[in-house]
Design a protein around this ligand. Structure first.
Ligand code: SF4
Length: 327
């Protein structure tokens, strides 16, 4: 069997540079080597947005456009909508029979997300998110999962679920491996540990040239640098972390120029804004081309969902047989 890759995003908002550095860049490379499935996770978006389903609906096509704009090729990658594959929900239920509530409560990503959102109590769907993610991965028989580092506990939980399934019934799934990007987490424009649209510290992939320039000029830098000749500390500077992510060829020069007080923050920012705009320019062109034919996006999503559903049905045939419920 060809190795399969599963990637995807919860459909809670447009994608930003953090998504690109953390996973999209890798996905674009992988689609040339593996059979790739790209999940638009609308059901998982509802774990936190169940009161605002319109946000999920509105963002579905935005995210699909982001994928196509950044170079996900629908001829190579299968884009599909999670809620339209009922077999994923079915497999989630079967997996949930042998996943303990304690193992979910102790999942570090669930713990930190619950704390970030101020949840005193966790809803069943939110707590069970890693089980649903295991079903996404397993149903496509994916063996490689490109993720940001915050998703590593979920992949580990998936591996445990799959091993347990095999112990209880029969081997059906490959045991997936996480592929962590070189830049697993991108700093926010305000210096926060993570770029996030909801924190308002992100550069969206559909930003115009002016929006990029403006946001970069307002980004946080080393506060010790008041005058150009003040020696700086690039390792605590947001802008330097962007040079590392998007301008790796110039990092030594920037590092030395900053620590020796030879370059000013304004010029340093202009350089990285230029690099980010170079990265986004082909995306803007592709977005414009795809945007001229919005029906094409729907066709791509429906065709991909149909293909993924076929795969899901085949896998569930094996699952039901392994569990002796193939009546
Ligand atoms: Fe940051 Fe560049 Fe200013 Fe140094 S010169 S503090 S790396 S923006």
């Amino acid at each position: 069997m060809n190795e399969r890759v599963l990637t995807g995003d919860r459909i809670t908002g447009k994608l930003h540079l953090g998504h690109y550095a953390g996973s999209l860049k890798k996905r674009i490379e992988l689609q040339h080597q593996y059979e790739c499935f790209v999940l638009l996770a609308d059901v998982q978006a509802l774990t936190t947005h169940y009161e605002k389903p319109e946000v999920v609906r509105d963002n579905l096509r935005h995210v699909a456009m982001d994928y196509l704009a950044c170079g996900i090729d629908p001829e190579r990658s299968t884009l599909f909508i999670q809620s339209m594959i009922p077999e994923i929900a079915e497999l989630t239920v079967y997996f949930s029979m042998f996943v303990t509530v304690n193992s979910l409560r102790h999942n570090p990503t669930i713990k930190s997300e619950a704390a970030e959102r101020g949840y005193n109590e966790m809803y069943y769907g939110f707590l069970g998110y890693p089980v649903s993610q295991a079903a996404d991965i397993a149903i496509c028989k994916s063996s490689l999962i490109p993720v940001g580092e915050d998703q590593l506990p979920h992949i580990e939980q998936t591996r445990k679920i799959i091993r347990r399934f095999h112990q209880l019934y029969a081997p059906v799934f490959p045991e997936p491996q996480a592929l962590v990007s070189d830049i697993p987490r991108l700093t926010g424009l305000d210096g926060s540990a993570k770029m996030s649209k909801s924190l308002g510290n992100a550069i969206l992939l559909d930003s115009t040239r002016d929006e990029v320039n403006d946001k970069i000029q307002r980004a946080k830098t080393d506060p010790a640098r008041i005058q150009k000749h003040d020696p700086g500390h690039p390792d605590i500077c947001t802008i330097y972390s962007y040079h590392q992510a998007f301008n790796p060829g110039q990092t030594n020069e920037i590092h030395a120029g900053c620590t020796e007080g030879k370059i000013g923050c304004k010029d340093c920012k202009l350089t990285i804004a230029g690099r980010i705009n170079e990265l986004l320019e082909p995306m803007r062109e592709r977005r414009e081309t795809v945007g001229r034919n919005p029906k094409r996006v729907d066709e791509i999503l429906m065709a991909g969902t149909e293909r993924a559903r076929q795969t899901a049905k085949e896998t569930m045939g094996e699952v039901r047989e392994a569990m002796s419920i193939d009546y």
